[in-house]
Ligand binder design. Structure first.
Ligand code: PRP
Ligand code: MN
Ligand code: MG
Length: 179
């Protein structure tokens, strides 16, 4: 598996170091507020698991799964709910956890939806941000790393469902997705 990776973009150590900082920041920001931390499946799973362990406050977790309609690479902008939350958002302080923001379509849909469900506040924490991919104007409140316009996989990010289990973020060799 690892020989299909061209380069390691963000090492396991760098990821964990950054997640520690993000957890500390969130713990300060949400002290005594009992936030609802919402992970966006599947990509956010490893990041969310590590992040909540670095948050030293009371919090609640929930999970949501969404997918874009239409062809796999080019998003149509419509988002379909595969698995919805179990928790009411009425008056809650929501922290959405994502692995990456690319076009921004997934998150802009979720932010709108959560506000419509009367959340008190909605903030976004993303491990990676790829600003070059943006199609809608949306900015995360907390970002781990800015990434270049490359095919990044690992630590939740997949290529046809593979590589999510890498402990680091890597760039895929072109021959892997060109064949
Ligand atoms: C990926 C990624 C984000 C989203 C970002 O999820 O995990 O959720 O795309 O792209 P966007 O900013 O262009 O909307 P994907 O839909 O591939 O599902 P997955 O998390 O199950 O891989
Ligand atoms: Mn995702
Ligand atoms: Mg994916």
């Amino acid at each position: 598996m690892h020989d299909e990776i061209k380069e390691v973009l963000i090492s396991e150590e760098a990821l964990q170091e950054k997640i520690k900082d993000l957890g500390k920041q969130l713990s300060e920001d949400y002290q005594d507020r009992f936030p609802l931390v919402v992970g966006v499946l599947k990509g956010a799973l490893p990041f969310m698991a590590d992040l909540i362990k670095r948050m030293d406050i009371h919090l609640e977790i929930d999970l949501m799964a969404v997918s874009s309609y239409g062809a796999s690479t080019v998003s149509s902008g419509e988002v379909k709910i595969i698995k919805d939350l179990d928790t009411s958002l009425e008056g809650r302080d929501v922290i959405i956890v994502e692995d990456i923001i690319d076009s921004g379509l997934t998150l802009s849909y979720l932010v709108q939806l959560f506000k419509h469900r009367n959340a008190n506040s909605v903030k976004i924490v993303t491990l990676l941000d790829k600003p070059t991919g943006r199609k809608v104007d949306i900015k995360p409140d907390l970002t781990g790393f800015i990434v270049p316009d490359a095919f990044v996989v690992g630590y939740g990010l997949d290529y046809i469902e593979r590589y999510r289990n890498l402990p680091y973020i890597g760039v895929l060799k072109p021959e892997v997705y060109e064949k």
